[in-house]
Design a protein around this ligand. Structure first.
Ligand SMILES: [Zn+2]
Length: 354
């Protein structure tokens, strides 16, 4: 029986924004996947369905959906709209929803939304390369239509997920933990430690800003200090992960210091936590990565899949790691940030109590 669903379609190539996010990344990835993991019978490539209007309405407003259909863009430089892009955005949204159902039902142990992980789009606004919130639709569908009451989203993309934060900031059923480059140095300029949710959702959003160039050891430290204890205390029924390749040290639009080995380590750590806490139920949205080397982007996605599934596969680092990029670079700043997060959240989580 296949255990791992790879949600992928050639139609994803319509997701081309004409800047750092181009369509050739999908073809490049699937070729690498076939070459390195294609012979494992545990994996199955599953064609995702397009999201319907009622799927989109799980998160987005009617007015917004109609404006997007008309291709009236409010973020024309980062997220230009075209009929092809809108179709592809619906495909990603459909993939997110379907991935959640495949894992929740037990049909697959894990699912991967290739090209997914929309972070900045909100209920009524396209933003930062994203149009429809695949992650939000996945989570809300499980809550609304399948009675799931506790979902944890762990987001290690280099950018803070301000859209996901906005969508779930008042909802205690969805615990959102975003670990990202210090937003005072990177888009979207949100995701500071004092953003911990609102109303009933206060304490159910956690932002972990890390200093630029933070390396593998720093990510491992922050995950063990914040993600693992929170996951153990919250006891989610399912975990959603947003990662991809943009925290890699070669990325053109971010300044983080993860290696490919580090990307795999992060995925392994999250997956092992899911194994302990929620019977391994995990959906991985792998879509970021803007390195000038498409190979790095694809290798990062592969590293994530290998880490989540515990599959042995050769993942070579195509470029030398800069000598000043020590794995523990930024550890001191990160430990201060972690202390501050624990102080702020100790009223909501006993694991962070004194
Ligand atoms: Zn990103």
């Amino acid at each position: 029986m296949c255990k791992f669903a790879i949600l992928y379609s050639e139609k994803l190539k319509e997701y081309d924004l004409g800047h750092v996010l181009t369509q050739d990344r999908y073809q490049n990835f699937i070729e690498l996947f076939q070459e390195r993991l294609g012979h494992y019978s545990d994996f199955k490539i599953v064609t995702p369905p397009y999201a319907t209007d009622s799927d989109l309405k799980l998160i987005h407003t009617e007015d917004y959906i109609q404006r997007i259909e008309r291709c009236e863009s409010r973020d024309p430089f980062d997220t230009p709209l075209s009929p092809g892009l809108v179709r592809a955005a619906k495909l990603l949204a459909g993939a997110g929803k379907y991935a959640g159902e495949l894992v929740h039902s037990g049909e697959y142990a894990k699912a991967f939304v290739i090209g997914g992980g929309v972070q900045h789009a909100s209920r009524n606004r396209e933003k930062g390369f994203g149009v429809f919130s695949d992650v939000g639709i996945c989570a809300q569908n499980l809550v609304q239509n399948f009675g799931v009451t506790k979902i944890l989203i762990i987001d290690t993309d280099a950018h803070a997920g301000d859209g996901i934060y906005e969508i779930f900031s008042e909802d205690p059923k969805v615990l959102y933990l975003s670990m990202h480059q210090d937003p005072s140095t990177l888009y979207p300029g949100k995701g500071f430690v004092d953003e911990i949710g609102n109303g009933l959702g206060k304490g159910y959003s956690v932002n972990v800003p890390l200093p630029p160039h933070a390396g593998d050891t720093v990510y491992e430290y922050a995950l063990n200090q914040v993600f693992v204890p929170l996951a153990e205390e919250f006891e989610p029924e399912i975990i959603l992960m947003v990662d991809g390749s943009d925290p890699h040290f070669t990325d053109r639009i971010t300044q983080m210091g993860l290696t490919l080995k580090g990307i795999k380590m992060v995925a392994t750590l999250v997956s092992e936590t899911a194994d302990r806490i929620c019977a391994g139920k995990l959906i991985d949205f792998v879509g970021s990565g803007y390195s000038s080397s498409l190979q790095v982007v694809s290798l990062g996605w592969l590293a994530s899949i290998a880490g989540v599934t515990g599959t042995e596969v050769a993942i070579e680092e195509p470029y030398p790691i800069p000598p000043d990029l020590k794995p523990d670079r930024g550890l001191k700043e990160a430990s201060e940030t972690v202390r501050s997060i624990k102080n702020r959240l100790s009223a909501y989580w006993t694991c962070f109590g004194s």
